[in-house]
Design a protein. Structure first.
Length: 193
């Protein structure tokens, strides 16, 4: 498939960007029949910017506080997304709730990965919430993004049995599974767009 015929992905991230790298690498290796054409971060200087540079992916860095409203910065982002012809938005540790501007423009084409078996442990620090609760099976969910917090229709999930108490060890297990499940789910989803 010619590069201009490939589906085009934008990845939104606020931090380290390991899932950005997993998706970009899967595209580069042909495991996802698409290309990552844009990285968006609300944290200028976040490590995801370094990862994007290694893959030659342009980055839009912005500070929400520099805009009068969420609608204003999402309108700016929408301009970049349209300019790049983005087909799918993948949230990968993007710590902002998506608003109406992007939801309306990309309805059914924004997905998120969350480190729990939704609907359990929604919101920030899902792993910490689950550990505090004492669960014996952790997990990952990939879901469509809607107006609710981690509440959109679930696309894929995987369970991670773990009965230890070492958060670093658990996070390593969760990330390893994310880096398998997210690219596979993106490939499957793109075939239906």
């Amino acid at each position: 498939m010619d590069s201009k015929d490939k589906k085009r992905i934008a990845i939104f991230a606020s931090g380290n960007g390991s899932n950005f790298e997993a998706i970009a690498k899967a595209c580069a290796e042909g495991r996802i029949d698409a290309e990552v054409v844009l990285c968006v971060t609300d944290k200028p200087g976040a490590y995801v910017v370094t990862r994007a540079a290694r893959f030659g992916v342009p980055v839009v860095e912005f500070r929400p506080k520099d805009f009068a409203s969420k609608a204003e910065f999402e309108t700016m982002l929408l301009g970049h997304l349209r300019e790049k012809g983005v087909d799918l938005i993948c949230l990968a540790g993007y710590m902002r709730i998506i608003g109406d501007v992007l939801l309306n423009a990309y309805e059914g084409r924004i997905i998120n990965i969350h480190p729990s078996l939704l609907p359990a442990f929604q919101g920030a620090d899902a792993i910490g919430q689950a550990m505090k609760y004492g669960v014996k099976v952790y997990g990952i969910s990939i879901h469509f993004v809607d107006q609710t917090l981690d509440g959109g229709k679930i696309i894929a999930q995987t369970a991670i049995p773990y009965e230890g108490s070492d958060r670093d060890e658990l996070e390593t297990l969760v990330h390893a599974q994310e880096h398998i499940l997210y690219p596979a789910t993106v490939q499957k989803l793109l075939s239906s767009l």
